[in-house]
Design a protein. Sequence first.
Length: 312
Amino acid sequence: MKLWIGLLVFVACLAPVPAGDAADEPNYNRIEDVVYGRKHGTALTLDVFTPCEKANGAAVIFVVSGGWFSDHDRIHVPYFSEFLNRGYTVFAVVHGSQPRFTIPEAIADLGRAVRFIRAHASDYHVDPERIGITGGSAGGHLSLMQATAGDLGKANADDPIERVSSRVQAVACLFPPTDFLNYGEPGEIALGRGTLSDYRAPFDFNEFNPETKRFERIEKEERVLEIGRDISPVNHVSADDPPTLIIHGDADKLVPIQQAELIIEKLKANGVTAELTTVAGGKHGGPEFTERLPLLADWFDKHLGKRGSGHK
């Protein structure tokens, strides 16, 4: 399998371009629907985009997620073409999507994806210690969860993938939620409520009850708040977190810029390299953010640019 993947990338990039089609031919090779894990009989997949020229040996994980909805059809190359142009191998990761799956499950999926990519780094010709992660909105939230709560793996796990680290070496994201229990102002709870009342499904937490043999909705408020704290990246910040860049608009009503300010302040207090780029008048997405995508690539150039330069 490893040899096959490596040959597929190599041969596709060497394939001749038909006369007259050169301008339309992409400068990357794409492998679709790579299975990085399975749950409840469902395959979890990612697409791999490998630049055909000037590959720099580093990887960028693009989290395909908006409102914690994730789908293969939402993999749009323009969102990460700047990374490909600079030589990064891009892994577009699709996670278990709402309304069927909740945020804790999506977080676990991303952890699995990072482990899988690191375990197969040699297959894709990337450095396992030069992995960055990016996304916007929910994708930004999931990126920050990997950055702050990633772990070194379970040494005794039966599955060899689960023995591998899920930590990343840099993160650069757009307008991410970071604290669901202090959302916009202290004490404001947004667990599918208030500002996020239109996003109830991803917060509809449930657990398997071994006595009834079924998944049951969590009703106790204390337990709901406990999960809310655990899925908030700001509560996982520590001194060994990777360099973090957030781009956020100061007129964003869906995800207040206060969310970015909270985590950037805490990262800096812990001695972590962290920057917030504020977009004056910026709302939740739009062309003003598209034109700033090169800033994300600049961040990865700075912190993943050379072999051995990644944050551990």
